[in-house]
Design a protein around this ligand. Structure first.
Ligand code: MV4
Length: 479
């Protein structure tokens, strides 16, 4: 778009790739996010110093912080996202549900807002039917959710849930929802301009998650036919119209095993998985966001949009799937990123870079597109096989297993997909339980040991740094 870019970076990110790619880059403080990427004052200071007209908040950090959106506006800097008023509504679960109910957007059966006391919770649970979920109005991403399978459990859980909510969020405001079974997590990408035009850019299926962190996203969803796609798309558009939303947003739904859709929340930021939608619509969503932030109208009608082909995203995290997904940090001496027709890698990895322990473990997004799901899947398999990262463990082996797993291939997905089909056991079987980090040293040790054992004892030399047989080795009689 011919717009100059200004990057901000913490001490930890001095050599990060976005710093090299931006036209200008400014340090905003120490590694700790609270002193850098969450430091509103410092970020506004840099925006003014660099003469920036607008700030794109990305995702995470301040991207859904209404105070930051307000501060930008107060300082005459365009916040590329929704206004703070819309953000205030979408950030308050109860207020948002109220607005959605008014707009005729389907909600999960349960209480109308927060319950006043335990008896009200029990009455509502009996009405909607057990099992129910007790959710905190201030929770999110799975926090502050408790399951009650009957009245006795509900009575027990209610006391604990209100104490937990008070402790975690400062206030106890609970609501009751019927617990939906066999659900899928399907979200709609939305865009709305400052002239009241709103479009949906189709759905993304995000059901494959671990501890409420998405792992794989895809479009189209294997369970949506064209009629349902448009019907839910219209509902999603109604949702953003109802909160007078502006710019890109995502409406999240749960789909139960009877095919009913229920609105959960609106995410007021561009999501990690937006490239999936860019691939199947051919749109550049960040360019669209910037145009809308400049007051331009959406340059297409709903009927102009076509969901073309299929796209899949795998989130490559620096975590060890063989060791409870523990974070893996440090130098990446070398890496090989895949490329080719229908392959996109959004990443900060380059040979010699460092994975920090200060920030999120996401190191790359690998997205593939094909004329249909099978072509996207086969391209993903090839890309995963080409994708090499030295120095840290990654979740790549998990995705190699999932891409070949029969239920995944048949589109039989649900939010409990990993548990339901014992995917972690399949991963261990596929890889004999060794992560890339342990596979290489283990093989090296085996080679060394067999070499050592083949060498006549008077010809053997110590393989080590000291040159002396260490006491540990001497006692154990090995090298
Ligand atoms: C639910 C549900 C079943 N029934 N609500 C978890 C986090 C939040 N985004 C909503 N979540 C759920 N709410 C009712 N009434 C199941 C989940 C849920 C879930 C939802 C989406 C993606 C992954 C999930 C994993 C576990 C539970």
């Amino acid at each position: 778009m011919g717009i100059k870019s200004v990057a901000v970076f913490s001490d930890e990110d001095t050599r990060s790739v976005h710093v090299k790619r931006a036209d200008e880059a400014y340090n905003i403080g120490p590694a700790a996010a609270t002193e850098s990427y969450l430091n509103m004052k410092r970020i506004i200071e840099i925006a003014k110093q660099s003469g920036s007209d607008a700030i794109h908040p990305g995702y995470g950090f301040l991207s859904e912080n209404e105070g930051f959106a307000k501060t930008c506006k107060k300082n005459g800097i365009i916040f590329i996202g929704p206004g703070s008023e819309a953000m205030e509504v979408t950030g308050d679960k109860m207020k948002c549900k109220e607005v959605m109910k008014e707009a005729g957007v389907p909600l999960v059966p349960g209480s109308d807002g927060v319950v006043e006391n335990l008896d009200e919770a029990v009455a509502i649970a009996k009405d909607s039917g057990f099992p129910v979920l007790l959710k905190s109005a201030f929770g999110g991403g799975g926090r502050g959710i408790r399951l009650a399978k009957n009245e006795k459990e509900l009575r027990q859980e209610y006391e604990m849930a209100s104490a937990e909510s008070k402790a975690a969020f400062g206030k106890a405001a609970l609501y009751v929802e019927k617990c939906l079974e066999g659900i899928r997590h399907i979200e709609y990408q939305l865009i709305r301009d400052t002239h009241g035009n709103s479009r949906h850019l189709f759905e993304r299926e995000c059901s494959i998650q671990r501890r409420h962190q998405k792992l794989i996203e895809m479009s189209p969803s294997p369970v949506l036919d064209a009629k349902t796609r448009n019907k839910i798309g219209e509902i999603a558009v109604r949702a953003v119209d109802a909160v007078d939303y502006v710019n890109a947003g995502t409406a999240e739904f749960l789909r139960d095993n009877k095919g009913n859709f229920y609105f959960i929340e609106i995410n007021s930021r561009l999501q990690v998985e937006h490239p999936v939608t860019e691939f199947v619509t051919g749109l550049d969503l960040v360019k669209l966001q910037i145009s809308i932030a400049q007051g331009e109208k959406i340059p297409f009608k709903q009927e102009d949009l076509e969901l073309r082909g299929a796209a899949i995203e795998c989130r490559i995290n620096a975590e060890d799937p063989f060791n409870e997904f523990s974070p893996s940090v440090g130098l990446v001496p070398s890496c090989n990123l895949p490329y080719g027709p229908g392959v996109r890698v959004d990443s900060y990895l380059y040979p010699g870079c460092t994975v920090s322990g200060y920030y999120d473990s996401l190191v790359a997004k690998l997205i593939t597109w094909g004329n249909h799901f099978e072509e996207a899947r086969s391209r993903m398999i090839n890309a995963l096989n080409e994708f090499e990262v030295e120095g840290v463990n990654t979740t790549i082996p998990l995705y190699k297993t999932i891409m070949k797993e029969e239920h995944f291939i048949r589109g039989e997905l649900s939010t409990d997909y990993l548990e339901r089909y014992a995917i972690m056991d399949k991963l261990l079987k596929d890889t004999k339980g060794l992560s890339s980090q342990t596979q290489v040293p283990a093989l090296a040790a085996l080679l060394l040991y067999s070499e050592f054992m083949r060498t006549p004892s008077d010809k053997r030399v110590e393989v080590g740094t000291s040159g002396q047989m260490s006491s540990w080795n001497r006692q154990r009689g090995n090298c």
